[in-house]
Design a protein around this ligand. Structure first.
Ligand SMILES: NC(=O)c1ccc[n+]([C@@H]2O[C@H](COP(=O)([O-])OP(=O)(O)OC[C@H]3O[C@@H](n4cnc5c(N)ncnc54)[C@H](OP(=O)(O)O)[C@@H]3O)[C@@H](O)[C@H]2O)c1
Length: 309
């Protein structure tokens, strides 16, 4: 059986990351179908000048999933975090339909990293890890898989405060010393990574890969922001132990916004050690270029109208 992939079904292709992945797949020459939940209220993005097919699927119905997967060489799941548990039955339907490659909704923390399951963030991401465990169990059925960790979505992290840099209000919140390097990816970079994974199915089969546009520290971002805005930011330092404690208190009350606290500690705390090292990076294998963090921040500040005159 040829391993070449031409047709790709994307679940969650209407979402935040999904639209970037769909665009990159279209640019890469794949024929793309976006699967949406029956009754979905997500707006249907346009990919002009490319065309995509939108197909509604009842995720609770194996036959609905199976018929949507007929003729698809690959399934890429970019489902929202809240829906990752749905993926086991989606994997079953993909196998039944003869799909060759499944890319699960990972795209963040490396959930296969040794010991991560014992951390708070790892506990909250158990659902993602179980799906990859399930895909490993299903090797040999004809369905292969590739997982991808990406670090922070950089554009989102800049605008939602995860980086700690609040250029608009002239403030920065720096965790510990602020020197820890952490990986971040532009969503267009992640899209290209998925496209390259599917263009090279033999090179990427049954493996968990990691990519990032760059590694950066909070202090580096602070310096770039101050230089480009021409203004000093008012800096507050916080201890990662206090952030962790805050997360635990929230979790004890059933408040899952604790995820963000644990995410910050996982990546930004002194000694976290989660920068993407060259020998662990799939960038070379996938022929992906790294990006220039200063240029990206400059573009963002310009859009926000915050660049120094
Ligand atoms: N690294 C990071 O910084 C970072 C940040 C955010 C997310 N992520 C990860 O990236 C992946 C995608 O996240 P995202 O933010 O792009 O997702 P999203 O935009 O919130 O949702 C993606 C799509 O999932 C579908 N969906 C939403 N809720 C669902 C539900 N309850 N059941 C089934 N489908 C549902 C919707 O598609 P339809 O309406 O068309 O069905 C939606 O457009 C996730 O694995 C997430 O954990 C990583």
């Amino acid at each position: 059986m040829s391993s070449t992939i031409n047709t790709v079904a994307v679940l969650g292709g209407t979402g935040n990351l999904g639209t970037h992945i769909v665009r990159a797949l279209l640019v890469g020459g794949f024929t793309v179908t976006i699967l949406t939940r029956s009754g979905s209220t997500s707006s249907k993005p346009s990919f002009t000048p490319y065309t995509v097919t939108f197909t509604e699927v009842d995720y609770s119905s194996p036959s609905s999933l199976q018929s949507a997967f007929k003729g698809q060489d690959a399934v890429v799941s970019v489902l929202a975090t809240a829906a990752v548990q749905e993926q086991k039955k989606i994997v079953d339907a993909a196998i039944a339909a003869g799909v060759k490659r499944f890319v699960p909704s990972e795209f963040g923390v490396n959930t296969r990293q040794k010991g991560v399951e014992k951390t708070k963030i790892g506990e909250l991401l158990a659902g993602k890890r179980e799906v990859v465990d399930y895909l490993i169990q299903k090797e040999g059925t004809g369905l292969t898989w590739t997982g991808l960790s990406t670090g922070f979505f950089f554009e989102s992290a800049l605008s939602n405060g995860l980086t700690g840099i609040d250029a608009k209000n002239g403030k920065a919140t720096i965790i510990d010393s602020g020197t820890e390097l952490w990986p971040a990816s532009l969503q267009s970079h992640i899209g290209r990574a998925v496209s390259e994974i599917l263009r090279h199915p033999d090179l990427t089969k049954n493996s968990y890969l990691s990519t990032a546009s760059f590694n950066v520290s909070q202090n580096q971002l602070l310096a770039i922001t101050e230089e480009l805005t021409g203004k000093k930011l008012s800096v507050t330092h916080v201890d990662s132990k206090d952030i962790h404690k805050n997360g635990e208190e929230k979790l004890a009350k059933g408040d899952y916004s604790a995820f963000v606290d644990f995410l910050k500690v996982h990546f930004l705390a002194d000694g976290a050690g989660n920068e993407l090292k060259k020998e662990e990076s799939a960038n070379e294998k996938l022929r992906l270029l790294t990006e220039d963090v200063r240029a990206v921040v400059k573009g963002w500040l310009e859009e926000e109208g915050l660049l120094a005159a």
